[in-house]
Design a protein around this ligand. Structure first.
Ligand code: C2G
Length: 131
């Protein structure tokens, strides 16, 4: 049984998010996802997500490729989360390439290519422009 772990905000859920979660799940037998809390997101991006934390957690938990979710409360606790979840593989999009290599001593670390031409930021800009 190989457990895959990944992390993200998954705000305004879109096809890029679904693609990475499905590809992450395909690398193992079980996928657990750390969803960034609203507070962590404010620290990272200086703004709160559009979708609130409970809804982002519920959306990710409701996907058939996801076996479990938990709150990612701090970027510094990744090693702890990997141990707690007994993860064998950490998957992140390649916008994070190299950033998590330190965890290679705990598990395999894989960076998957991002889906081109879509991001929450671009979606929000498009919605603003259209309204
Ligand atoms: N992603 C993707 N393709 C896109 C957009 C996003 O593959 N077009 C991936 C990202 O690379 C990331 C995941 O989807 O692996 C979640 O993206 P975000 O919600 O933007 O996550 P982020 O805010 O970068 O949080 O501890 C790390 C962080 O929690 C990651």
């Amino acid at each position: 049984m190989r457990t895959v772990i990944t992390f993200g905000t998954f705000d305004v859920f879109h096809i890029g998010h679904l693609n990475i979660l499905k590809r992450a799940r395909d690398l193992g037998d079980k996928l657990v996802v750390g969803v960034s809390t609203d507070a962590l997101n404010f620290k990272k991006k200086n703004r709160y997500p559009i979708y609130r934390e409970e809804d982002r957690l519920a959306i990710i938990a409701g996907l058939s490729c996801v076996d479990g979710v938990f709150r990612e409360e701090s970027l510094e606790w990744k090693g702890q989360y990997i141990r707690e979840q007994k993860a064998d593989i950490l998957v992140m999009g390649d916008d994070w390439a190299g950033k998590f290599d330190v965890f290679k001593e705990l598990c395999e670390v894989v960076y998957l290519p991002r889906t081109a031409d879509i991001s929450t930021t671009e979606l929000l800009a498009g919605i603003r422009a259209a309204s």
